[in-house]
Design a protein around this ligand. Structure first.
Ligand SMILES: [Zn+2]
Length: 304
Protein backbone atom coordinates (compact mmCIF):
# COMPACT_ATOMS: atom_id res chain seq x y z
CA UNK A 1 0.00 0.00 0.00
CA UNK A 2 1.42 3.35 -1.04
CA UNK A 3 1.85 5.99 1.63
CA UNK A 4 0.25 8.67 -0.53
CA UNK A 5 -2.51 7.54 -2.83
CA UNK A 6 -4.93 9.73 -4.73
CA UNK A 7 -8.37 8.17 -5.29
CA UNK A 8 -10.58 9.79 -7.94
CA UNK A 9 -14.26 9.56 -6.95
CA UNK A 10 -15.52 11.86 -9.70
CA UNK A 11 -13.98 13.98 -12.43
CA UNK A 12 -16.93 15.27 -14.43
CA UNK A 13 -18.24 18.85 -14.36
CA UNK A 14 -21.65 20.41 -13.69
CA UNK A 15 -23.95 17.53 -14.70
CA UNK A 16 -23.30 13.92 -13.64
CA UNK A 17 -23.13 11.54 -16.60
CA UNK A 18 -23.10 7.76 -17.02
CA UNK A 19 -19.32 8.02 -17.28
CA UNK A 20 -18.38 10.57 -14.65
CA UNK A 21 -19.57 11.75 -11.26
CA UNK A 22 -18.95 15.42 -10.44
CA UNK A 23 -15.75 16.48 -8.67
CA UNK A 24 -14.53 14.56 -5.65
CA UNK A 25 -11.33 12.83 -4.69
CA UNK A 26 -9.69 11.36 -1.63
CA UNK A 27 -6.04 11.67 -0.78
CA UNK A 28 -5.06 8.69 1.36
CA UNK A 29 -2.09 9.65 3.50
CA UNK A 30 -0.89 6.57 5.38
CA UNK A 31 -4.51 5.43 5.89
CA UNK A 32 -5.82 8.87 6.89
CA UNK A 33 -8.35 10.01 4.32
CA UNK A 34 -8.58 13.64 3.17
CA UNK A 35 -11.57 14.31 0.90
CA UNK A 36 -11.24 17.12 -1.63
CA UNK A 37 -14.62 18.36 -2.91
CA UNK A 38 -17.72 16.26 -2.50
CA UNK A 39 -19.90 16.23 -5.62
CA UNK A 40 -23.04 14.14 -5.84
CA UNK A 41 -22.36 10.40 -5.74
CA UNK A 42 -19.04 10.73 -3.86
CA UNK A 43 -20.15 8.36 -1.08
CA UNK A 44 -21.13 5.64 -3.59
CA UNK A 45 -17.76 5.65 -5.32
CA UNK A 46 -16.10 5.79 -1.93
CA UNK A 47 -17.88 2.53 -1.08
CA UNK A 48 -17.00 0.93 -4.40
CA UNK A 49 -13.35 1.84 -3.82
CA UNK A 50 -13.52 0.45 -0.25
CA UNK A 51 -12.46 3.72 1.36
CA UNK A 52 -13.69 3.69 4.94
CA UNK A 53 -15.77 6.43 6.60
CA UNK A 54 -13.98 5.69 9.86
CA UNK A 55 -10.73 6.96 8.36
CA UNK A 56 -12.20 10.17 6.93
CA UNK A 57 -11.69 13.14 9.24
CA UNK A 58 -11.17 16.11 6.92
CA UNK A 59 -13.24 17.37 3.98
CA UNK A 60 -12.07 20.31 1.85
CA UNK A 61 -14.61 22.17 -0.30
CA UNK A 62 -13.00 24.35 -2.99
CA UNK A 63 -16.07 26.48 -3.74
CA UNK A 64 -19.83 26.56 -3.41
CA UNK A 65 -20.95 25.31 -6.81
CA UNK A 66 -23.23 22.28 -6.53
CA UNK A 67 -21.00 19.94 -8.51
CA UNK A 68 -18.36 20.35 -5.79
CA UNK A 69 -20.54 20.00 -2.68
CA UNK A 70 -23.97 18.42 -3.37
CA UNK A 71 -22.68 15.10 -2.02
CA UNK A 72 -21.79 16.47 1.39
CA UNK A 73 -25.08 16.20 3.30
CA UNK A 74 -25.70 12.67 1.97
CA UNK A 75 -22.21 11.57 2.95
CA UNK A 76 -22.46 13.05 6.45
CA UNK A 77 -25.89 11.48 6.94
CA UNK A 78 -24.55 8.03 5.96
CA UNK A 79 -21.56 8.48 8.23
CA UNK A 80 -23.95 9.25 11.09
CA UNK A 81 -25.96 6.07 10.38
CA UNK A 82 -22.75 4.05 10.29
CA UNK A 83 -21.97 5.24 13.83
CA UNK A 84 -18.77 7.00 12.92
CA UNK A 85 -17.03 8.50 15.93
CA UNK A 86 -14.44 11.23 16.50
CA UNK A 87 -14.40 14.54 14.66
CA UNK A 88 -14.89 15.51 11.03
CA UNK A 89 -13.57 18.94 10.08
CA UNK A 90 -15.08 20.58 7.03
CA UNK A 91 -12.84 23.26 5.51
CA UNK A 92 -15.24 25.55 3.69
CA UNK A 93 -16.18 29.20 2.99
CA UNK A 94 -18.34 30.85 5.64
CA UNK A 95 -21.54 30.87 3.55
CA UNK A 96 -21.13 27.13 3.00
CA UNK A 97 -20.68 26.48 6.71
CA UNK A 98 -23.93 28.35 7.45
CA UNK A 99 -25.76 26.48 4.72
CA UNK A 100 -24.60 23.00 5.71
CA UNK A 101 -25.08 23.74 9.40
CA UNK A 102 -28.78 24.37 8.63
CA UNK A 103 -29.06 21.16 6.63
CA UNK A 104 -27.37 19.15 9.38
CA UNK A 105 -29.75 20.57 12.00
CA UNK A 106 -32.72 19.54 9.87
CA UNK A 107 -31.62 16.15 8.47
CA UNK A 108 -29.05 14.78 10.91
CA UNK A 109 -30.11 15.57 14.46
CA UNK A 110 -28.31 12.74 16.23
CA UNK A 111 -24.84 12.66 14.84
CA UNK A 112 -22.56 10.36 16.84
CA UNK A 113 -19.47 12.34 15.87
CA UNK A 114 -18.45 15.97 16.12
CA UNK A 115 -18.56 18.20 13.04
CA UNK A 116 -16.30 21.26 13.01
CA UNK A 117 -16.27 23.94 10.36
CA UNK A 118 -12.92 25.53 9.58
CA UNK A 119 -13.67 28.73 7.70
CA UNK A 120 -11.39 29.28 4.73
CA UNK A 121 -10.99 32.37 2.57
CA UNK A 122 -9.98 32.84 -1.07
CA UNK A 123 -6.35 33.53 -0.21
CA UNK A 124 -2.99 31.84 0.21
CA UNK A 125 -3.02 30.44 3.75
CA UNK A 126 -1.91 27.48 5.84
CA UNK A 127 -5.11 25.71 6.94
CA UNK A 128 -3.83 22.41 8.36
CA UNK A 129 -0.57 21.16 9.82
CA UNK A 130 0.45 17.85 11.38
CA UNK A 131 3.86 16.41 12.23
CA UNK A 132 4.03 15.01 8.68
CA UNK A 133 2.16 17.32 6.29
CA UNK A 134 0.89 20.84 5.62
CA UNK A 135 -2.19 21.88 3.65
CA UNK A 136 -2.51 25.35 2.12
CA UNK A 137 -5.20 27.16 0.19
CA UNK A 138 -4.43 29.24 -2.90
CA UNK A 139 -6.88 31.66 -4.55
CA UNK A 140 -8.19 30.66 -7.99
CA UNK A 141 -9.98 32.65 -10.69
CA UNK A 142 -13.56 31.44 -11.03
CA UNK A 143 -17.05 33.04 -11.17
CA UNK A 144 -17.41 32.70 -7.38
CA UNK A 145 -14.72 32.66 -4.66
CA UNK A 146 -12.72 29.47 -5.16
CA UNK A 147 -9.51 27.95 -3.81
CA UNK A 148 -7.04 25.25 -4.74
CA UNK A 149 -5.39 23.06 -2.11
CA UNK A 150 -1.69 22.24 -1.81
CA UNK A 151 -0.77 19.10 0.15
CA UNK A 152 2.89 18.86 1.09
CA UNK A 153 4.84 16.36 3.09
CA UNK A 154 7.31 18.04 5.44
CA UNK A 155 10.99 17.88 4.52
CA UNK A 156 12.59 14.65 5.62
CA UNK A 157 15.92 14.37 7.43
CA UNK A 158 19.17 13.89 5.50
CA UNK A 159 20.78 10.42 5.51
CA UNK A 160 24.00 10.02 7.53
CA UNK A 161 27.07 8.50 5.84
CA UNK A 162 27.89 5.83 8.46
CA UNK A 163 31.55 5.52 7.50
CA UNK A 164 32.12 9.28 7.84
CA UNK A 165 30.35 9.44 11.21
CA UNK A 166 32.63 6.65 12.41
CA UNK A 167 35.73 8.23 10.89
CA UNK A 168 35.19 11.52 12.75
CA UNK A 169 33.90 9.70 15.83
CA UNK A 170 30.93 12.10 16.02
CA UNK A 171 29.06 12.03 19.37
CA UNK A 172 25.44 10.75 19.23
CA UNK A 173 24.04 14.06 20.50
CA UNK A 174 25.30 15.81 17.34
CA UNK A 175 23.70 13.38 14.89
CA UNK A 176 20.17 14.81 14.80
CA UNK A 177 21.46 18.30 14.01
CA UNK A 178 23.63 16.89 11.23
CA UNK A 179 20.61 15.08 9.78
CA UNK A 180 18.87 18.48 9.80
CA UNK A 181 21.73 19.97 7.77
CA UNK A 182 24.28 21.21 10.33
CA UNK A 183 28.03 21.04 9.71
CA UNK A 184 30.30 19.44 12.32
CA UNK A 185 33.37 20.93 13.99
CA UNK A 186 35.86 18.42 15.42
CA UNK A 187 37.35 18.96 18.92
CA UNK A 188 40.51 20.13 17.07
CA UNK A 189 38.44 22.86 15.38
CA UNK A 190 38.31 21.34 11.88
CA UNK A 191 35.11 22.11 9.99
CA UNK A 192 33.46 19.11 8.33
CA UNK A 193 30.72 20.29 5.98
CA UNK A 194 27.31 18.65 5.98
CA UNK A 195 27.71 17.39 2.42
CA UNK A 196 30.70 15.30 3.55
CA UNK A 197 28.60 13.66 6.25
CA UNK A 198 25.18 13.16 4.65
CA UNK A 199 23.33 12.35 1.46
CA UNK A 200 20.06 13.95 0.26
CA UNK A 201 16.82 13.08 2.07
CA UNK A 202 14.10 10.99 0.39
CA UNK A 203 11.80 12.86 -1.97
CA UNK A 204 8.71 14.36 -0.35
CA UNK A 205 5.15 14.11 -1.62
CA UNK A 206 3.59 17.29 -2.94
CA UNK A 207 0.23 17.63 -4.65
CA UNK A 208 -1.79 20.62 -5.86
CA UNK A 209 -5.51 20.38 -6.54
CA UNK A 210 -6.45 23.22 -8.89
CA UNK A 211 -10.22 23.33 -8.84
CA UNK A 212 -12.39 25.43 -11.17
CA UNK A 213 -10.36 28.31 -12.56
CA UNK A 214 -9.77 30.44 -15.60
CA UNK A 215 -6.22 30.40 -16.96
CA UNK A 216 -3.99 32.69 -14.96
CA UNK A 217 -0.17 32.55 -14.74
CA UNK A 218 -0.45 33.47 -11.04
CA UNK A 219 -1.70 29.92 -10.41
CA UNK A 220 1.54 28.50 -11.86
CA UNK A 221 3.50 30.88 -9.64
CA UNK A 222 1.66 29.70 -6.50
CA UNK A 223 2.20 25.99 -7.23
CA UNK A 224 5.81 26.22 -8.39
CA UNK A 225 7.84 23.14 -7.48
CA UNK A 226 4.86 20.88 -6.74
CA UNK A 227 5.37 17.38 -8.15
CA UNK A 228 1.86 16.34 -9.15
CA UNK A 229 -0.78 18.81 -10.25
CA UNK A 230 -4.47 18.12 -10.76
CA UNK A 231 -5.96 20.83 -12.96
CA UNK A 232 -9.40 21.28 -14.39
CA UNK A 233 -9.64 20.97 -18.18
CA UNK A 234 -13.33 21.47 -18.81
CA UNK A 235 -12.93 22.17 -22.55
CA UNK A 236 -10.62 21.82 -25.52
CA UNK A 237 -9.32 24.87 -27.34
CA UNK A 238 -12.26 25.03 -29.79
CA UNK A 239 -14.47 25.97 -26.84
CA UNK A 240 -12.06 28.53 -25.38
CA UNK A 241 -14.81 31.17 -25.60
CA UNK A 242 -16.97 29.09 -23.20
CA UNK A 243 -14.00 28.61 -20.89
CA UNK A 244 -13.56 32.42 -20.80
CA UNK A 245 -17.25 33.05 -20.17
CA UNK A 246 -17.60 30.47 -17.40
CA UNK A 247 -14.31 30.89 -15.55
CA UNK A 248 -12.83 27.58 -16.68
CA UNK A 249 -9.67 26.39 -18.45
CA UNK A 250 -9.00 24.54 -21.66
CA UNK A 251 -6.79 21.48 -21.71
CA UNK A 252 -3.96 23.42 -23.38
CA UNK A 253 -4.17 26.06 -20.65
CA UNK A 254 -3.96 23.42 -17.91
CA UNK A 255 -0.88 22.00 -19.63
CA UNK A 256 0.71 25.45 -19.81
CA UNK A 257 0.16 25.91 -16.07
CA UNK A 258 1.89 22.56 -15.36
CA UNK A 259 4.74 23.52 -17.67
CA UNK A 260 5.17 26.98 -16.13
CA UNK A 261 5.05 25.51 -12.61
CA UNK A 262 7.77 22.97 -13.43
CA UNK A 263 5.58 20.05 -12.40
CA UNK A 264 6.56 16.42 -12.91
CA UNK A 265 3.07 15.14 -13.68
CA UNK A 266 -0.34 16.56 -14.61
CA UNK A 267 -3.73 14.95 -14.00
CA UNK A 268 -6.67 16.45 -15.90
CA UNK A 269 -10.31 16.44 -14.76
CA UNK A 270 -13.62 18.34 -14.57
CA UNK A 271 -14.53 17.29 -18.12
CA UNK A 272 -17.53 18.88 -19.82
CA UNK A 273 -20.34 16.42 -20.54
CA UNK A 274 -20.07 17.25 -24.24
CA UNK A 275 -17.06 14.87 -24.49
CA UNK A 276 -18.11 11.23 -24.88
CA UNK A 277 -14.45 10.40 -25.19
CA UNK A 278 -11.71 12.58 -23.69
CA UNK A 279 -9.03 11.84 -26.28
CA UNK A 280 -9.18 15.41 -27.74
CA UNK A 281 -8.52 16.71 -24.19
CA UNK A 282 -5.48 14.52 -23.57
CA UNK A 283 -4.10 15.04 -27.10
CA UNK A 284 -4.22 18.81 -26.71
CA UNK A 285 -2.44 18.70 -23.34
CA UNK A 286 0.34 16.24 -24.18
CA UNK A 287 1.49 18.42 -27.07
CA UNK A 288 2.49 20.96 -24.43
CA UNK A 289 3.09 18.82 -21.34
CA UNK A 290 3.80 15.15 -22.22
CA UNK A 291 3.50 13.62 -18.75
CA UNK A 292 -0.27 14.18 -18.54
CA UNK A 293 -2.98 11.66 -17.68
CA UNK A 294 -6.77 11.82 -17.69
CA UNK A 295 -8.49 11.29 -14.36
CA UNK A 296 -11.23 8.70 -14.29
CA UNK A 297 -13.78 7.68 -11.67
CA UNK A 298 -12.40 4.83 -9.57
CA UNK A 299 -8.77 5.56 -10.52
CA UNK A 300 -5.99 5.27 -7.93
CA UNK A 301 -2.72 7.14 -8.41
CA UNK A 302 0.37 6.74 -6.23
CA UNK A 303 1.83 10.16 -5.50
CA UNK A 304 5.27 8.95 -4.39
ZN1 LIG B 1 -17.49 25.91 -10.32
Amino acid sequence: MAQFQLNILGCGSAIPTARHNPSSQILDIRDNLFMIDCGEGAQLTMRKMRLKYTRLNHIFISHLHGDHCFGLIGLLSSMALQEKSGTVTIHIFEEGANLFDQQLKFFCRDIPFEIKFNIIKPEKALIFESHAITIETIPLFHRVPCVGFIFKEKTKLRHLKGDMVKFYNIPIKELHGIKEGNDYVTPEGVLVTNSQLTTDPDQVMSYAYCSDTAFNPQVAEMIKGINTIYHEATYTNDFAHLARQRGHSTSAEAARIAQMAGAERLILGHFSKRYRDESPIINEATEIFPNTILANDGMRIDLL
